[in-house]
Design a protein around this ligand. Structure first.
Ligand SMILES: O=P(O)(O)OC[C@H]1O[C@H](OP(=O)(O)OP(=O)(O)O)[C@H](O)[C@@H]1O
Ligand SMILES: NC(=O)CC[C@H](N)C(=O)O
Ligand code: SF4
Ligand SMILES: [Mg+2]
Length: 523
């Protein structure tokens, strides 16, 4: 059936061999005079590239919290009727790509559970590395509650259960930081909130958050308050925005732009925020030790987002320019592998002086999730998504730029398509270093065995994808283009140096295999 919004009416069932999958998008809004569910709908729509398996929105009207969620794209899950039923002064939303727990309805977010004083709805971008231990704490010491009790298997449902455990947290020795809530508070100048008691979930948050290991950008709420927390490494992006009469929280600045919010600042690594009728309060639950995901700059984030004060599109263009300096080659034109390879291809063309042309057309209605191929179906999927323009390609020496190679499927297909379309030479240039290690922090990368660069050197990969030459950007080139201090980045999938220790035996996200103690460096 053709949908009115132009989206495919179903996900192409192309199976178990995906390109790097995205992670989740989170959004939150506190705006008593606004249509919060519609703002949240726009917010998660803007973050659809981060997660395309399920979508959900929870709203609070001050007395009760409602959640509406289902499997599918934001546009498939919500219609006017669903949004009309979600009224209130605050809302949170989520677009999911599963990393812990299967892609089933029970694991869709926001998760819902008892908060101790009412209800707690929570949404999460990231992935915890101590899920197994936390599950034991919940099931053996605190008693399963909320969606954990109803069969949810995500790390997110565990966070919800932990935050909702109230005074039991003290009983199991999960203490408040020294000095208690008051000492954790970051006081602003002329802070008008001094006389207000802390929001109800602040105490539980200060007890629980230091025990969560791994990556988390969290939005959550009870009936009266909205909260946000970011892990001490700040692996995933997370920003605070100002609405004319309220506040917004989002994974990426682009989502704030789209709802008309101005960017106030990033939520700091190790920071906890509460927002209510009296304003916004900030707490510190752990010192900041930033390791922001370098792959956000390469591929994950939208090009119109800013992370760490740096424009993503500018970073990608500079990655392309650095790639041109590191791996020059004589050619007639530079072209991109759309979508994510486009800014780097433009940067390569600008730096090399070789003209840029659009040699591949991307079907605008095929997103990242729609290509989840087996080897056979991957070919069909890529053909559905990308089609070469023979008139531009024929007889030309091409430089084809993409942002990354994971298994090599995309470039193998692209090179074959371009040769079929009459290219004289195909030189592949990749605007990131070889991906050698799995990610445990919110991206469903393949196991090492599936990562092409883990078992082949650059020449072998070049032969495997049938390119005339292949060049990868260096780690230094990528870091310089990101504009960040290398000590504040995670680059583990490129260099194996995990900033957060991965316990031996931890399954690779997506349920594929397990790491051994040899494959990871402990901190
Ligand atoms: O080597 P592979 O295993 O094929 O994975 C790498 C490819 O996957 C991503 O594209 P994707 O199709 O996910 O999304 P995009 O349209 O944003 O580029 C990435 O941009 C590469 O093109
Ligand atoms: N990719 C993500 O950020 C996923 C969040 C969470 N770990 C889940 O699997 O639902
Ligand atoms: S391992 Fe790679 S993808 Fe994962 S957080 Fe680190 S840089 Fe990002
Ligand atoms: Mg791509």
């Amino acid at each position: 059936m053709i949908r009115g919004d132009g989206q495919l009416s179903h996900t192409l069932d192309l199976n178990d061999d995906p390109a790097p999958q995205d992670q989740c998008g989170v959004f939150g809004v506190w705006a008593p005079d606004e249509d919060v569910s519609r703002l949240t709908y726009f917010g998660i729509y803007a973050l659809q590239h981060r997660g395309q398996q399920s979508a959900g929105i929870a709203t609070s009207n001050g007395e009760k919290i409602l959640v509406y969620k289902d499997l599918g794209l934001v546009s498939q899950v919500f219609n006017d009727q669903a949004l009309e039923g979600l009224k209130g002064h605050a809302a949170i939303g989520h677009a999911r790509y599963a990393t812990t727990g299967a892609d089933v309805w029970e694991n869709a977010q926001p998760t819902l559970g008892p908060s101790g004083t009412g209800t707690l709805a929570l949404a999460h971008n990231g992935n915890l590395t101590n899920t197994k231990q936390l599950r034991q704490v919940v099931t053996q010491k605190l008693g399963s509650r909320g969606e954990v009790a109803r069969g949810a298997s995500t790390d997110t449902a565990l966070i919800n259960a932990l935050l909702g455990s109230g005074e039991k947290l003290a009983e199991i020795g999960w203490d408040l930081p020294e000095g208690g809530i008051e000492a954790a508070r970051n006081k602003g100048p002329a802070d008008a909130l001094d006389n207000e008691p802390p929001a109800p979930l602040i105490e539980a948050s200060l007890r629980v958050l230091p025990h969560l290991k791994g990556a988390f950008s969290l939005v959550y709420m009870d009936e009266q308050h909205l909260y946000a927390a970011r892990d001490p490494h700040g692996v995933r992006p997370f920003v605070l925005g100002r609405l004319p009469q309220g506040w917004a929280l989002a994974s990426e600045t682009a989502a704030l732009d789209i709802v008309g919010a101005t960017v106030v600042r990033e939520i700091e690594p190790g920071e906890l925020l509460s927002i209510d009728h009296s304003g916004i309060r900030s707490y510190r639950f752990a010192p900041a030790t930033p390791n922001v995901c370098a792959f956000e700059y390469v591929y994950l984030a939208r090009p119109d987002t800013r992370i760490g004060g740096r424009s993503i599109i500018q970073s990608r263009r500079e990655m392309g320019a650095a790639l041109a300096r590191e791996h020059p080659v004589e050619a007639d034109l530079v072209m991109a592998t759309p979508d994510s390879g486009t800014p780097a291809a433009i940067g390569y063309a600008e730096e090399s002086g070789i003209p840029f042309q659009q040699g591949l057309v991307k079907n605008a209605y095929v997103g990242r999730t729609f290509i989840q191929p087996t080897q056979i179906m991957r070919q069909r999927g890529i053909r559905l998504k990308l089609n070469p323009i023979r008139e531009i390609i024929q007889g030309k020496r091409l430089i084809v730029v993409d942002d990354s190679i994971v298994r090599g499927n995309t470039q193998r297909q692209v090179v074959a398509m371009l040769r079929e379309a009459g290219a004289a030479e195909v030189h592949v240039r990749i605007s990131s270093p070889p991906v050698l290690w799995p990610c445990f922090f919110g991206i469903d990368f393949a196991t090492r065995a599936e990562l092409i660069a883990a078992s082949m050197d650059t020449d072998e990969i070049c032969q495997s994808i049938h390119a005339d030459s292949l060049g990868y950007l260096s780690i230094d080139g990528m870091v310089a283009a990101s504009g960040q201090n290398p000590s504040t980045l995670c680059m583990a999938c490129f260099n194996g140096d995990y900033p957060i220790s991965i316990p031996a035996g931890t399954p690779v996200p997506g349920g594929k295999g397990a790491v051994t103690s040899q494959t990871v460096s402990a901190d």
